[in-house]
Design a protein around this ligand. Structure first.
Ligand SMILES: N[C@@H](CCC(=O)N[C@@H](CS)C(=O)NCC(=O)O)C(=O)O
Length: 234
């Protein structure tokens, strides 16, 4: 049976506690989904910082775990059947950690798929579209003379915020009373859009009062506060 030391990534980022889940990440909106989930569940883990300024995500050790060179990624040394399990894609990681811990994903089959549906809404819609707003509003794309790409991504982000606003109008969380992985996927991205990307006015965020209320409640959770700063940047 393979062990953690058989994974090349463990040579660049040695485990402090080889029996624990190993997290390879950086506190970005995708990265914090994994660290917040780990903090919420209480599953023990070792966080490892993947430094973009050192291009760590392109190192052969990181690529051996995620050929798509993106954080977050994990290895659970005690995965299904007691064998190590390596995973990338934050949505897959959230579902796995929910199943492993028995928390934050409804057990009822129909409700489970409904929660996964909203998780996919983040993975396929909110993440990619908000990310493009960041690029064209704050980063390299800001200099582009043609403003049509920015306008397109802003309009699409507003549409997605409107969908979320409708969902949250009569619900505390995306799945009603049950806080869970859909919230953990969505709200770091909303926070990032209006905070780090400085797009609050651009997307007219004040129009989405229920989204705002839910993001505030999310950020106030102690596990979210901790997860937002993990792995610690040096
Ligand atoms: N769909 C992926 C997206 C992950 C992603 O885009 N991660 C970014 C940081 S937020 C990254 O690692 N970028 C590094 C790069 O592109 O080189 C997921 O949800 O895990």
């Amino acid at each position: 049976m393979p062990t953690l030391s058989d994974f090349p990534i463990s040579r660049k980022w040695p485990a402090q506690h080889p029996e624990r889940i190993q997290l390879y990440s950086l506190p970005t909106p995708n990265g914090v989904k994994a660290s917040i989930m780990l903090e919420e569940t209480g599953l023990p883990y070792d966080p490892h910082l993947v430094r973009f300024d050192a291009n760590d995500q392109m190192s052969p050790e990181f690529l051996s775990l995620n050929p798509n060179n993106k954080i977050p990624a994990i290895i659970d040394p005690n995965g299904p059947g007691g064998e190590p399990l390596a995973l990338f894609e934050s949505g897959a990681i959230l579902i796995y950690l929910a199943d492993k811990s028995g928390q934050f994903l409804p057990r009822d089959p129909a409700r489970r798929y409904e929660a996964i549906q909203w998780l996919m809404f983040q993975m396929g819609g909110i993440g990619p579209m908000f990310g493009q707003v960041g690029f064209f509003h704050k980063f390299a794309g800001k200099e582009y003379e043609d403003k049509r790409p920015l306008a397109r991504y802003v309009a699409e982000s507003q549409r997605l915020l409107g969908v979320l606003e409708g969902r949250l109008a009569r619900r505390e969380w995306i799945m009603g009373d049950e806080y869970g992985i859909a919230d953990i996927a969505v709200f770091p991205w909303v926070r990032n859009l209006v905070g780090f990307y400085e797009a609050r006015d651009l997307v007219e965020f004040d129009r989405f009062a229920n989204v705002q209320r839910a993001v505030d409640a999310f950020v106030a959770r102690p596990a979210v506060q901790r997860g937002l700063a993990i792995p610690k940047r040096d």
